[in-house]
Design a protein around this ligand. Structure first.
Ligand SMILES: Nc1ncnc2c1ncn2[C@@H]1O[C@H](COP(=O)(O)OP(=O)(O)OP(=O)(O)O)[C@@H](O)[C@H]1O
Length: 425
């Protein structure tokens, strides 16, 4: 386990109590009272930097108690502010933490500390095992080296031998789908290509901890769907920390949420509640639409092979968990089928024709069954949405949540569109 320790004493968050001591093997990330300060003035920041380094190198130049100015002090000097202030959490194997917050909340700074790119000014970080990270576009790549060379360099940094890297090389290049450019310098790659390479490398090298910062915002819908499937696989053996401004993405893959505001951890708990806290803070008051989607279990409910593989004429059955903060009547349900990012078939449950679905305050489980699916053979991504107030209010929405393999009698080819109804049990 690697440990990044700040120079000052550990500090509890105050807002959120520390979890139980991390002596269990499954804890891969243990973060305790981590803080990081920055300076708004570049000139001053350089001056503070020189003073701090001098203070560390030459004990005699360390300020005395009457001149308290070492960088790890909890007091802020002129123009300094806490970019991250007292964050604590633990992550176990199989857990995915969604890090949410407004611009400048300190999410990226926290990830950079977790990845060892910058040193905390307070608190302690312990990471167990291999850390795969995709924090900024192009970060970790040498722009003048080719994609292939960068794969070798990254793998070596993560401790893989040349042989191990060669074993994974084809899989990584296949995943990127940019084989024809793999020997071109990375500086000539588009942002989408850089994300493809970065994501493929970070996830293919068997990380124990995977750190992803806002990366899935770049890249097309088909690639995003592929990334989600890959994250699902990584989660079987790793802990994932995922930063995104997309609530549906966070909802889709995270089972825990940390809402940060101005560097402070405002809420740590289940994803749904963290998103509610985030939403409420955005409007400055409780969101009157916050009985929208709160949690979904589509990924888990369809992980069985019988459900992710459909034969021609099979029904799609899946389970959605929606947590509401008050009772609500769902008026419309949609299942949308996508192929290569294009939505082409929708299934409806329309309350105009059928009874509304009454959801209670708290967790609700819907078992949704489509009519028989008549689609050509191929892979499809399925999205789900539930609306109230005749479609005016979104209760639940999850984009490309499940990948379904349809074994059709027609072979690969254009999909056969057929109207489809949903029944809810
Ligand atoms: N190297 C730096 N020097 C000074 N200030 C910095 C530095 N890096 C980040 N900051 C500041 O720290 C604060 C937190 O930045 P950070 O990038 O962590 O926020 P974020 O939550 O990731 O934001 P976003 O959602 O916009 O990506 C911001 O006010 C930012 O301006």
């Amino acid at each position: 386990m690697s440990t990044i320790t700040a120079t000052n004493r550990e500090r509890s968050t105050g807002a959120l109590p520390l979890e139980a001591a991390a002596n269990d093997d499954q804890v891969l990330v243990d973060v305790r009272g981590v803080r990081k300060k920055f300076c708004r003035s570049l000139k001053r920041s350089l001056w503070y930097g020189v003073k701090d380094i001098a203070g560390e190198l030459v004990p005699a130049s360390r300020p005395s108690a009457s001149q308290p100015h070492d960088s790890s002090r909890s007091e802020l000097r002129k123009d300094e502010f806490w970019a991250v202030d007292g964050v604590s959490f633990q992550l176990r194997r199989g857990e995915c933490l969604g890090l949410i917050g407004h611009n400048g909340a300190g999410k990226t700074t926290l990830l950079k500390m977790l990845n060892g790119l910058i040193k905390p000014d307070g608190g302690q970080i312990s990471m167990r095992g291999r850390v795969g990270a995709l924090i900024a576009l192009g970060a970790g790549f040498n722009p003048i080296l080719s994609g292939r060379e960068n794969i070798y360099v990254n793998a070596a940094v993560l401790g893989l031998s040349k042989r191990e890297t060669e074993d994974k090389l084809d899989e990584i290049i296949d995943f990127t789908e940019i084989e024809e450019f793999i020997d071109s310098p990375v500086q000539s790659y588009s942002s989408g290509m850089q994300v493809r390479l970065g994501f493929a490398v970070a996830t293919a090298l068997d990380p124990d901890v995977l750190i992803l910062d806002e990366v899935l915002a770049v890249g097309d819908a088909t690639f995003r769907a592929k990334c989600f499937a890959r994250i699902g696989k990584v989660l079987d053996r790793a802990a994932v920390i995922f930063v995104s401004h997309s609530e549906s993405q966070v909802q889709r893959i995270c089972n825990r949420g940390l809402f940060m505001s101005k560097g402070r951890p405002e809420y740590l708990g289940d994803t749904a509640s963290a998103l509610i806290a985030y939403r409420s803070s955005r409007t400055g008051q409780a969101d009157d639409q916050r009985d929208w989607i709160c949690g979904d279990d589509v990924r888990n409910a369809t992980s069985g092979a019988d459900k992710t593989h459909l034969k021609w004429g099979d029904k799609l059955v899946f389970r959605v968990n929606i947590v509401c903060d008050r009772p609500i009547s769902v008026s419309n349900l949609y299942i949308q089928w996508h192929r290569q990012g294009i939505a082409f078939m929708e299934s409806h449950h329309n309350v105009g024709l059928e009874a509304p679905i009454e959801l209670n305050a708290g967790p609700n489980e819907l078992l949704i069954e489509s009519s028989p699916v008549h689609l050509a053979e191929g892979k499809y991504d399925v999205s789900f949405a539930a609306f109230a107030s005749k479609g005016k209010q979104t209760v639940a929405h999850t984009y490309c949540a499940v990948e379904i393999q349809v074994e059709g009698p027609l072979g690969a080819g254009p999909a056969v569109q057929s109207p489809c109804t949903i029944t809810c049990k």
